[in-house]
Design a protein. Structure first.
Length: 501
């Protein structure tokens, strides 16, 4: 392996309002080296990748390719400099051929009868060259729709390889692949490295890293903690570097949970998403759901609420079996859900605070099918005071409120409908520290009143802070269910990153 760096990033910094996403990061990568990039959600990995790929610009620092300083203002600059990125979400057009997808946006043209046309023969030739470099036996004339999921993932990489990159960035490349298909992709990455391509491999799956990477860099709080040879990077050491001393944060004040089962899920299955999930939620309990991106956290909540269909399995509420759950059925049974995207799914932005708080309980504020304005405002005002929602008046538009107060609107709406079970998907995303603490306190207050809460978060420390028990998902399966009092953030991360069975 050539020891001279093909990529050098020096003192890379990036700030957003109230957040220092990257703090003077230095990063060097040699030709033919495969480097893993790991860290908790929010550690700065995605921001660093976006800067290298041209999706965003750094506030400060320099980037060099082959020793020459380059300026990356957009993705075109990155491509021209020899940096190609394959993102987790696929961007293939299923109705086009493999060759057309590989050269998408860069099709060779020819002029015929004063008209510019795609040079199909040249497109196929260049695509076949990329496929041969990857040693893939895929017909460049095949329609992408006819390919398997692993083959489509390979085509995404071939799109990048066709640009003849010096540096290839792979963002969670195996997250959408079944376990038995991962080996082929890992072998492909090693073949590319053997041909001199430097690879940045972003992944949460610690168990696959020794099979593909040469070294590993850990990010934490926007800083590069350390870079190690993969032989020295044990899972315990990686997790310790990712967490630092944060595990000392307070855990939830455990309270007495009722033996009464409020919600139970039995053998829930959804193809390629959820696998034989079974658990119980007790009255007054806060059950945290932990897991990494793609583990099935949101899919589980949506399945319980009836927002997405399932292939098999049962949901019971207070012992009553719910056949084919739907949002209306679940609401009638006292189950509500605060969605991850509160702005588009949780509130009606153009409607008033008052209207948002009473949307879920119009029967309470109506008389002979007509809404009573006085009842509506009285109910809304009580909830505003109960949740300390900061709003100039009840008629203020929901969109004018801060993120934390919008989240309180979503919660208040469900409380007005007398929910007994509240499913909360990333309830603190995008809100400040003070508002987060208010949400934590509110969740504990709800539990003390006997309301059962399922609390989903990508932040392990806040799951620890509010939950009585924690269910850890990994690859759509339950990896463990643990008592908060008997576990640590390190253990949760290790379970989340272990190979799904």
């Amino acid at each position: 392996m050539n020891a001279a760096p093909i990529l050098q990033a020096e003192s890379i910094s990036k700030s957003y309002p109230g957040v220092l996403a990257l703090d003077c990061v230095d990063f060097a990568l040699a030709e033919g080296e495969v480097r893993a990039l790991v860290g908790k959600n929010g550690a700065g990995k995605s921001t660093f990748v976006k800067i290298l790929s041209g999706a965003t610009q750094a506030d400060g620092g320099t980037i060099k390719i082959g020793g020459e300083r380059i300026s990356i203002r957009n993705p075109s600059d990155a491509f021209a400099s020899g940096i190609a990125t394959v993102y987790q979400e696929m961007s293939l057009i299923l109705g086009l051929t493999v060759a057309e997808n590989i050269l998408l946006g860069h099709w060779p043209m020819k002029r015929r009868f004063v008209v510019n046309m795609i040079n199909t023969a040249e497109t196929i030739r260049v695509a076949r060259e990329a496929l041969e470099m990857m040693e893939l036996a895929i017909d460049p004339k095949a329609v992408v729709r006819s390919l398997s999921l692993p083959q489509r993932q390979m085509i995404e990489i071939a799109k990048a390889i066709a640009t003849k990159p010096k540096v290839l960035i792979l963002d969670e490349p195996t997250s959408a692949l079944p376990t038995h298909e991962v080996d082929e992709l890992l072998a492909l990455v090693r073949r590319l490295a053997s041909k001199g391509v430097a690879v940045i491999y972003v992944s949460h799956r610690l168990q696959e890293l020794p099979r593909v990477v040469d070294s590993l860099t850990v990010f934490r709080d926007g800083r590069q903690v350390d870079t190690l040879p993969i032989a020295e990077a044990t899972p315990e050491r990686i997790v310790h570097m990712m967490i630092g001393s944060e595990w000392k944060r307070k855990q939830a004040a455990i309270h007495q949970v009722s033996d009464t089962v409020r919600l139970s899920v039995a053998n829930l299955e959804r193809k390629n998403r959820l696998h034989d999930l079974s658990f119980e939620l007790h009255s007054g309990e806060v059950l945290g759901i932990a897991g990494l991106l793609g583990s099935g956290r949101t899919e589980l909540l949506r399945a319980i609420m009836g927002l997405d269909p399932v292939d098999s399995g049962c949901v019971f509420v207070d012992g009553e079996r719910v056949n084919r759950p739907s949002p209306l059925k679940m609401k009638r049974l006292g189950v509500g859900m605060t969605p991850e995207d509160r702005k588009s799914e949780g509130i009606v932005a153009m409607m008033s605070v008052c209207k948002n708080l009473t949307l879920s309980c119009l029967d309470k504020v109506s008389w002979r099918d007509m809404i009573s304005i006085s009842r509506e405002r009285l109910l809304a005002q009580k909830m505003v005071e109960s949740l300390s929602i900061k709003t100039p008046h009840l008629d203020a538009e929901a969109k004018s409120l801060s993120g934390g107060n919008q989240q309180k609107l979503v919660i208040g709406k469900w409380l007005n409908s007398q929910v007994r079970v509240l499913l909360m998907d990333e309830p603190t995303r995008g809100i400040d520290i003070e508002a987060k603490n208010q949400v934590y306190e509110l969740v504990r207050d709800l539990a003390a009143k006997g309301i059962s809460v399922v609390f989903v978060s990508s932040e392990m420390d806040e799951v620890m802070e509010v939950s009585d028990r924690i269910l850890v998902l990994n690859g759509g399966r339950i990896a463990a269910i643990v008592s908060t009092a008997d576990t640590t953030i390190e253990r949760l991360l290790t379970i989340s990153m272990s190979e799904a069975r």
